[in-house]
Design a protein around this ligand. Structure first.
Ligand SMILES: Cc1cc2nc3c(=O)[nH]c(=O)nc-3n(C[C@H](O)[C@H](O)[C@H](O)COP(=O)(O)OP(=O)(O)OC[C@H]3O[C@@H](n4cnc5c(N)ncnc54)[C@H](O)[C@@H]3O)c2cc1C
Length: 434
């Protein structure tokens, strides 16, 4: 088994290729190993490197560091999300706990980019939860009530205002939240790789095949070597289940997205020259659509149960066609062949949208499952799981641990049948929004 990624991710292709890639080709021993080098693993390894400058720390990834979901996402650093079903007062309390975590996630990224002077196209322009369906007004009004109770600045907008701001007539109503940031996920994760402490040894293209705990050590087996470690942190997100970790609490979902080329001056003018914006769907299976600062349009409108290790070119092309239709619906005047590239990425889901952050055995820790919102939370959880692993406590850990814990999921095939059925139902409900 190998994780084989398409080469279509625009965010990755915007960057210069990296050099000096090392893979594991011998047997090693160390104090710490972190498996998975996305936001979570990079952040955990950074923290460990800072805490223990004289210890040997390994960070290992099956593909190139950061080139999993951490580069393949839509770049919304969120302060709030919809579709969580929080309506009663008790649920309001739970929703607050969730947004407290999002806030800490934003803070940790802000601190990182300030400390290392990172340019990741940071734009504090907020985001829209938008829909073409008038009947979704009720959902947005309820959400507006929740946001008001929690003190989040926001406003409801109608079609006319949206057309002016977004350059499309498609949306009839939206809720704009002032908080939340749009960024370039590839640039952010690349900066995290480039600024790893010197005592963090990064091995890439090295898939963890198997692991076992023997007395006080954990032995990790790779194709061309093994690593014996005292402590391990699993940060493989959508691949936790395939490593047998918290298997009854998480499952992978495959998303696909496409990006257009930059719009020409004429095309951009025809849309009214909108400023950079980001729309999230009101219905769970609707489309995420973004206008980037360099006038490209990103669209993500599929989510499915699929083999997380690989998507063939022909299967990706089918999803890309859906994205072409999504763009056409919103921007009918733009040419048909405007999509420049398409890619897939894996996220991890739990039943109740709660994240995993825990010690699963002596010296074995895991953080992941951000249910599609892992830029800030993943970075936060990575840092904090490293601190938890040395048995220390922080205010951040207290906030994280106050959240609802993920709930139990049935085993396969019941689980995948259930998830498939649910996704079909949600897809039908969101049909016009794709
Ligand atoms: C299309 C798409 C859109 C998204 N949009 C957003 C968004 O707008 N905002 C947001 O906050 N989040 C978004 N997300 C989710 C976000 O990208 C993830 O939550 C985040 O990247 C999780 O980071 P991570 O480090 O935990 O996991 P990943 O980035 O998935 O990293 C896990 C790493 O583990 C490695 N790995 C897996 N198995 C093994 C193994 N056996 N051995 C070694 N290494 C292994 C993988 O190669 C991978 O690099 C989106 C995701 C996708 C796919």
């Amino acid at each position: 088994m190998q994780i084989v990624n398409d080469k279509g991710c625009s965010w990755i292709n915007d960057l210069n290729p990296r050099s000096n890639i090392k893979y594991l080709n011998k047997n090693e021993e160390c104090e710490w190993i972190v498996i998975g080098a996305g936001y979570t693993g990079l952040s955990a390894a950074r923290k460990l490197g800072q805490l223990f400058p004289n210890q040997k720390i390994f960070l290992v990834d099956a593909q190139l560091a950061g080139e999993g979901a951490s580069s393949r996402n839509s770049g919304y650093l969120v302060d709030t999300t919809l579709n969580d079903g929080f309506t009663s007062n008790k649920e309001l309390d739970n929703y607050k706990k969730k947004t407290d975590i999002y806030k800490l996630g934003i803070d940790v990224i802000k601190k990182f980019i300030k400390e290392y002077q990172v340019d990741c196209d940071w734009n504090e322009c907020g985001k829209y939860f938008a829909t073409s369906k008038q009947e979704d007004r009720k959902i947005l009004e309820n959400f507006s009530g929740t946001l008001s109770k929690l003190g989040f600045e926001h406003n409801l907008l109608s079609n006319k205002e949206l057309k002016k701001r977004l350059g499309t007539n498609f949306y009839n109503i939206a809720l704009h939240t002032k908080g939340g940031i749009l960024l370039h996920p590839g640039k952010l994760v690349r900066a995290m790789i480039d600024t790893l402490p010197d005592n963090v040894n990064l091995y890439e293209n090295s898939l963890l095949l198997d692991w076992e705990k023997k007395n006080d050590t954990v032995i990790c087996k790779f194709k061309n070597g093994s690593i014996k470690t005292k402590k391990i942190i699993f940060a493989t997100n959508g691949f936790l289940k395939s490593l047998g970790i918290k298997s009854n609490y998480n499952f992978p979902i495959t998303l696909t997205a496409s990006m257009t080329r930059s719009l020409s001056d004429e095309e951009f003018l025809s849309l009214g020259e909108p400023k950079e914006w980001g729309v999230l769907p009101v219905r769970p299976m609707g489309a995420t659509v973004r206008m980037t600062k360099d006038r490209r349009i990103l669209i993500r409108n599929t989510a499915e149960v699929y083999n997380p290790y690989q998507m063939s070119k022909s299967e990706l092309a089918k999803r890309s066609l859906k994205q072409k239709i999504g763009i056409k619906k919103r921007f009918p005047k733009l040419p048909d062949d405007i999509i420049q590239s398409s890619w897939s990425g894996i996220v991890s889901r739990t039943r109740n949208s709660s994240q995993i952050f825990e010690k699963i055995d002596d010296n074995i820790f895991v953080a992941g499952c951000y249910n599609g919102s892992g830029i800030g939370v993943g970075t936060l959880f990575g840092e904090q799981i490293a601190i938890k692993a040395i048995n220390e406590n922080t205010k951040e850990i207290e906030t994280i641990e106050a959240r609802n814990k993920p709930t139990w999921l049935p085993p396969d095939p019941i689980l995948s049948l259930g998830v498939r059925a649910r996704l079909i139902y949600e897809r039908l409900r969101a049909n016009s929004e794709i």
